[in-house]
Design a protein around this ligand. Structure first.
Ligand SMILES: Nc1ncnc2c1ncn2[C@@H]1O[C@H](COP(=O)(O)OP(=O)(O)OP(=O)(O)O)[C@@H](O)[C@H]1O
Length: 256
């Protein structure tokens, strides 16, 4: 399924922070959202997973405005790893992950064998099968992150919305998570601060600056030294990655 963000405006207490954003997350592609702090990435993603209501504009799922869909229905299509991380669950990891099955359940219907298989597979996919019985609150930041990603997987969504999914993850788990997203080939809309990771994993990138999309396209077209200077205010060269050939942004850490 495809997500179409059409002239989206979002405000907090009357202050507009997303101001007419347009972008498409194409079916089966990984679409990256990058931009400086405060540019509106999380806000835009929150409207896609219906945590926020736009002031104007629409989020379309295969042409249907998601606000016209019952919440249960959109939760079967769109799952999120939000930035506001629920951390007060007095539940086991397995129970937290199984919460992703809720949109498929009626009333107090319990788990069936299919649910159990889906939960077990999601735990395996994020490398957390050994943690199923642990208390969620007793996990490290990176382990919580992986458990919440498994919860999103158990929703079996057509669209995954991930806000900074590599936060808290060590380098191996960052690489594993991004590789997992690539093998799944689900429609994925992901915000990333690590521009080199974004360049390697995303099919297309959208650069957000002060609430609007200022550049869109394949990473090698978008991530230019000029854009680094104008949007991020840093000096950088873009070279070919010696192992993969992907664009590799070499930042000048000595100063802007
Ligand atoms: N709950 C909120 N209430 C009021 N203002 C908010 C709220 N959340 C974000 N903002 C403001 O909206 C603007 C956009 O924030 P947002 O979190 O969407 O940016 P971002 O691009 O995700 O930033 P970052 O890279 O720092 O995570 C910022 O100016 C921020 O201060």
């Amino acid at each position: 399924m495809k997500i179409d963000i059409d002239d989206l405006h979002v405000a907090y207490a009357g202050r507009t922070v997303v101001a007419g954003a347009h972008l498409i997350a194409a079916a089966g592609e990984i679409t990256g959202l990058v931009g400086p702090n405060g540019s509106g990435k999380s806000t835009l993603l929150r409207t896609v997973y219906r945590h926020l209501r736009p002031v104007a504009g629409r989020v379309l799922l295969d042409g249907t405005d998601i606000r016209t869909m019952p919440a249960r229905q959109s939760a079967r299509h769109i799952a999120a790893l939000p930035q506001e991380r629920d951390s007060d669950f007095e539940l086991t990891v397995r129970e937290v992950v199984a919460m992703g099955r809720t949109p498929y359940k009626r009333g107090f219907a319990g788990e069936d064998a299919t649910d159990r298989d889906i939960v077990a597979r999601a735990l395996r996919d994020v490398g957390m099968d050994g943690y199923a019985g642990r208390r969620f609150t007793a996990l490290s930041g990176g382990e919580r992150q992986r458990a919440l990603l498994a919860r999103a997987f158990t929703q079996q969504p057509d669209v995954l919305v991930l806000d900074e999914p590599t936060n808290h993850l060590d380098i191996r788990h960052q690489i594993e998570l991004l590789a997992l997203l690539r093998t799944q080939r689900r429609t994925t809309l992901v915000s990333l601060h690590d521009l080199n990771a974004a360049a390697s994993v995303c099919d297309r990138l959208h650069v957000l600056h002060a609430g609007t999309v200022v550049a869109s396209g394949p990473p090698r077209e978008v991530l230019t030294p000029e854009l680094m200077a104008e949007v991020f205010g840093v000096r950088a060269a873009v070279v070919g990655h010696p192992l993969t050939g992907d664009p590799l942004i070499a930042f000048d850490h000595r100063g802007p």
